[in-house]
Design a protein around this ligand. Structure first.
Ligand SMILES: Nc1ncnc2c1ncn2[C@@H]1O[C@H](COP(=O)(O)OP(=O)(O)O)[C@@H](O)[C@H]1O
Ligand SMILES: N[C@@H](CCOP(=O)(O)O)C(=O)O
Length: 319
């Protein structure tokens, strides 16, 4: 949609003096971003992406950028942040934090087939394993605490039918988060927003996951549930497509086998993942923040998914 902070070729030439990328050749704004200002930059060392962070602060960024660096170093396909000559991954540009990362090839696959879902599942499992020794800690900032804070802010805007669903699901999820299975689930850094628009493909070849700015430490199964709720559905109805679910979770399982606790937690976790995005979309729609430039997504999409996950058991995690 927009580039919020303009960057000229002269600005880039100056910035690149601190990076091992040679001289600046070209810079083009990327129009599709909704949160940050993004640019494709051409340098003597190749093509990269420059991001100016419009909402995140200098203090918030090391978790995300160091996680991407950590994953890239371990062969997970993610944009690799480029350190400047002082070793910094985040640098000031026009008074805001900025970073340069490698450019992924390809484009988003918005009509995924089982073969794409399998590639996503396998890479997601590889990412979870690679994150086990990542040193920084940050909770999932869109986890249960945030749901508890946000529910009373959006409830006044809902009709009784939806208010009842939200209260009942919050009650169900609080009980789920307190159960033994839940506490035994594997955890670590997760992407937490691995939707179709945050993964690149060239044909059937996955070239990378990007947009890590909702990442945090949470259960691996939550990450899988978020991903399945986007990649494996009929978009109009929210109904799961069994062939795509099978492809994604089987490919994940082949890299990091699911545990018995994860199997027991699967159905409630799919509901948790639907609730998380229903709530954030309600929040973005009804509680606009002055400093943010979000175009709210439609909350009814995730209301439908949540109702569907409550009504219809999903295919199991293990065939
Ligand atoms: N590392 C990257 N490699 C290639 N393209 C990228 C990369 N990062 C971002 N993009 C492109 O920029 C667009 C906007 O990025 P995104 O992270 O979604 O922005 P925002 O956070 O502002 O919504 C993406 O849809 C993609 O086309
Ligand atoms: N995927 C979320 C919103 C986050 O948007 P993104 O473009 O930054 O991935 C949703 O669909 O609600």
């Amino acid at each position: 949609m927009a580039v919020f902070t303009a960057v000229t070729l002269d600005d880039l030439t100056l910035l690149l003096k601190k990076f091992p990328l040679g001289n600046a050749i070209d810079i083009k704004g990327i129009s599709s971003g909704i949160e940050n200002s993004n640019f494709f930059i051409d340098t003597e060392r190749g093509e990269y992406v420059l991001t100016i962070f419009e909402n995140l602060s200098f203090a918030q960024l090391p978790f995300y950028l160091q996680l991407m660096r950590h994953l890239a170093d371990r062969g997970v396909l993610v944009p690799a942040p480029v350190p400047d000559e002082a070793g910094e991954l985040v640098v000031p540009l026009h008074g805001k934090p900025a970073a340069i990362v490698s450019k992924l090839e390809g484009g988003s696959q918005m009509a995924p087939q089982p073969v794409h879902c399998a590639a996503v599942g396998a890479m997601q499992a590889k990412m979870h394993l690679a994150g086990r020794d990542f040193a920084l800690q940050q909770p999932n900032l869109r986890g249960l605490d945030w749901w508890n804070d946000t529910t009373p802010l959006v409830l006044p805007f809902l009709d009784e039918h939806n208010a009842h669903l939200l209260r009942a699901e919050m009650h169900f999820q609080s009980a789920f988060a307190a159960c033994d299975h839940y506490h035994r689930l594997g955890r670590g850094p997760i992407h937490a927003d691995l939707f179709r628009n945050n993964v690149m493909f060239v044909g059937e070849r996955l070239t990378g996951f990007f947009d890590f700015y909702f990442a945090g430490c949470d259960t691996w199964l939550f990450d899988v549930a978020v991903t399945v709720n986007d990649w494996c559905i009929d978009v109009a109805s929210g109904v799961l497509d069994a062939a795509r679910v099978r492809a994604l979770v089987d490919a994940y399982h082949a890299v990091r086998p699911f545990t018995a606790d994860e199997q027991a937690a699967w159905q409630p976790m799919l509901r948790a993942a639907a609730l998380r995005f229903w709530l954030s979309r309600l929040y973005d729609l009804y509680v606009p923040r002055e400093a943010e430039m979000l175009t709210p997504h439609d909350p009814t999409h995730f209301e439908r998914i949540l109702r569907e996950r409550i009504a219809t058991p999903a295919p199991g995690l293990i065939a």
